[in-house]
Design a protein around this ligand. Structure first.
Ligand code: GSH
Length: 217
């Protein structure tokens, strides 16, 4: 039985969404971030980084949302259901989009806004860093928008890799929803893409589950 630790954040939603896409039966430990629940000895034994999400599959423990999605896709998905097969060019392109989203649209930009705005009491106020992060997000996300404009224009469904929904779409959709919460504007094609993916039944059920606890930071 798989257990997913963590809820109430957009990063934990990524993993619950993958489970729901794959139709997995799994247990949840819906602990929230910044509640102290990640700082217990028992949780530290699972993840010394004191962060959620965490996957436990039997005696196997895995952290990092994107790695968890890839593991679930490879081990529990039908071939190509949520990630292209390892060793293919499509998988390399999938990995490229995953790295791009995690670095350019999460760590370097939206998370900088979070640190120096929402969490300024912890990390300090830094208005110039926030302005740079907003501009950086908008510049980088335009690359995704141009890609999707071309996909839609050529009659394809509008996914980032090939013509099939994948874990890379879970990650990109998640950062767009995060940017929307922060009122960081992006173009109409990205809004179309965001709404298309948010309409998926697995997104709706996973979101309801993930946000059934309200704590989190
Ligand atoms: N790179 C990690 C980031 C995980 C992360 O930063 N999680 C936050 C919540 S979104 C957390 O657990 N923070 C610890 C805490 O606030 O207690 C991933 O993608 O899984």
């Amino acid at each position: 039985m798989i257990t997913i630790w963590g809820g109430a954040t957009t990063r934990t939603l990524r993993v619950h969404w993958a489970c729901h896409e794959l139709g997995l039966t799994y247990r949840s430990e819906l602990i929230g971030s910044r509640t102290g629940a990640t700082q217990t000895d028992s949780f530290r034994a699972l993840n010394a980084k004191e962060k959620i999400p965490v996957l436990v599959d039997g005696d196997f423990v895995l952290t990092e949302s994107a790695a968890i999605i890839a593991y679930l896709a490879d081990c529990y998905g039908a071939p190509e259901q949520l990630a292209p097969l390892a060793g293919t060019r499509e998988r390399a392109v999938y990995d490229q989009w995953v790295s791009f989203v995690l670095m350019e649209l999460d760590a370097h930009t939206l998370y900088v806004i979070r640190k120096h705005r929402d969490l300024a009491a912890l990390y300090g106020e830094a208005p110039a860093a926030i302005d740079t992060a907003i501009a950086g997000f908008q510049k980088q996300v335009r690359v995704a928008e141009i890609h999707l404009e071309n996909e839609y224009a050529s009659g394809r469904k509008g996914y980032v890799v090939g013509d099939r929904f994948s874990g890379a779409d879970i990650l990109l959709t998640g950062v767009l929803a995060w940017a929307e919460i922060y009122a960081v504007p992006f173009g109409p094609t990205l809004l179309r893409y965001l709404n298309q993916n948010r309409a998926r039944p697995a997104f709706r059920s996973a979101s309801k589950h993930n946000f059934s606890i309200k704590t989190g930071g």
